[in-house]
Design a protein around this ligand. Structure first.
Ligand SMILES: Cc1cc2nc3c(=O)[nH]c(=O)nc-3n(C[C@H](O)[C@H](O)[C@H](O)COP(=O)(O)OP(=O)(O)OC[C@H]3O[C@@H](n4cnc5c(N)ncnc54)[C@H](O)[C@@H]3O)c2cc1C
Length: 420
């Protein structure tokens, strides 16, 4: 119910990435009149450039003592994927202090429980959403994935680590000799060891899936406005959305799902979300020789993932902590290109380079809920490395909240107010 006691009928969704598009579609389908506000450049969204993995196995938040211990060896300067942009130190230092606090065992264990609740239903929620949106068959495939190592000692260590890692209902088994040899036929050499994961999935094309959802939203009667939202003003009567260079939009409810841009939009409402743009990089080649029989594969020693999509073979990685709006750092694409070469990845064509921000809160849990200070404002952001995986589940929860039904228990861990 709105503050006037009237059932809300309209909703303005701020941000049309994968989370915003999934929520907007579900809300429109549930009978709300939905306006989706987004600047409209699909390549700006992490929805476009992610690696298409329904990563139901990643139930352990990256805020952990083991992540902290591994930082020095993972730094970009020493050949690793992790880079802290020095110029943005004012942004990430307070974030890093909260990250360290969230890494303590008790907080980490609570995070595992919360992420397990979010990721557990992910693989079932996606096909259901894809069906509702009438996306092409095979858009989301529950075909599992692989993780491989080239060094035998690292393979043994990595496989043992996955054995005990929290991974919900996802099962693992060592790859057979034939499965490892199949990599050797495509890459410069066969891995020394590997794991096959079951209970995870892959999408046929991240950008295509995202555009498909947006199209389904419009087909269902949703309205898309190309604009960057500056601010929200909430009152018991509803929400006014102020944009750059456009007349404001009024609605009974607003949902803030603007990925790494969400904290800026919420600031005027007094919500303090220590959100960082944790940027990833990818290279992609339309022409490639990656066989359809090989699954999406994590090359654990290099911290990169390869996946073949309708739009080409993509290699992605890197964790660059800093401003989501900084210019890209070409050294990271060059690193990916040399990793592709070292692997013997069969990328034949000109390479499309992409970089975009994972929206990440310091405890590596998203923020999903209803703003306590302004109950007609809902929010869904901070999905870090798992926004594609968890968009469909998030959209279901947001629909429940918008309908005014009892809040799902799982959401207690995702309140934005946990940051004070
Ligand atoms: C290299 C890489 C690989 C990844 N791989 C995976 C993977 O395999 N599986 C997985 O689950 N996740 C993966 N992720 C993470 C995933 O892509 C993100 O978690 C997800 O895209 C977040 O969704 P979102 O809708 O919150 O943000 P986004 O998809 O980034 O969309 C945010 C949208 O909000 C808009 N916006 C921003 N500010 C405003 C404003 N002021 N007004 C209006 N609109 C605004 C932006 O333009 C954008 O369209 C990966 C990320 C990267 C970078």
């Amino acid at each position: 119910m709105s503050g006037t006691g009237r059932r809300p009928e309209t909703c303005a969704v701020v941000g049309g990435g994968i989370v915003g598009a999934a929520c907007a579609f579900r809300l429109q389908r549930a009978g709300f009149g939905v306006t989706l506000l987004d600047p409209g450049d699909p390549r700006r969204a992490a929805a476009y450039g992610n690696i298409g993995h329904i990563a139901a196995e990643q139930c352990a938040p990256l805020a952990s003592l083991s992540s902290l211990a591994s930082f020095p060896s993972r730094l970009f300067a020493f050949g690793g994927p992790l880079d802290f942009r020095l110029r943005d130190v004012g942004l990430w230092l307070p974030w890093a202090a909260r990250f360290a606090a969230a890494s303590l065992p008790r907080r980490h264990a609570a995070g595992v429980q919360a992420l397990t609740g979010l990721l557990g239903p992910a693989l079932d929620a996606w096909p259901e959403l894809a069906d509702q949106a009438e996306l092409p068959p095979g858009s989301v495939r529950a075909e599992g994935h692989g993780a491989v190592w080239f060094d035998p000692a690292r393979a043994a260590k990595g496989m043992a680590a996955w054995e005990t890692a929290p991974r919900g209902s996802v099962s693992i088994r060592p790859m057979s000799g034939d499965e490892l040899d199949a990599y050797g036929e495509t890459l410069s050499r066969a891995p020394a060891g590997g794991l096959r994961f079951e209970g995870t999935g892959q999408v046929s094309d991240p950008g295509g899936l995202h555009q498909g959802l947006l199209k389904a939203f419009e087909t269902a009667g949703g309205r898309v406005v190309q604009a960057s939202v500056r601010d929200l003003a909430a009152s018991p009567d509803g929400v006014r959305v102020d944009m750059e260079g456009r007349e404001p939009v009024a609605a009974d409810l607003a949902l803030v799902a603007a990925g790494a841009g969400s904290a800026r939009v919420l600031r005027g409402l007094g919500a303090s979300a220590p959100l960082i743009g944790e940027r990833g990089y990818s290279i992609q080649s339309l022409r490639h020789g990656w066989p359809g029989t090989l699954p999406l594969t994590v090359f654990e020693e290099m911290s990169v993932v390869a996946a073949a999509f309708d739009s080409g073979l993509r290699l992605s990685g890197m964790v660059e902590i800093g401003s989501p709006y900084a210019p890209p750092d070409a050294r990271k694409w060059e690193r990916l290109e040399s990793q592709a070469k070292a692997l013997g990845l069969p990328m034949d064509g000109p390479l499309d380079r992409w970089c975009g921000p994972r929206p990440t809160l310091p405890d590596y849990l998203p923020a999903i809920g209803r703003l306590e200070a302004a109950p007609n404002v809902l929010y869904a952001f901070g999905h870090q490395h798992l926004g594609l995986t968890s968009a469909a589940v998030t959209a279901g929860w947001i629909e429940t909240l918008a309908r005014g039904e009892a809040q799902p228990e799982e959401l207690a861990a995702f309140r934005v107010e946990r940051f004070g």
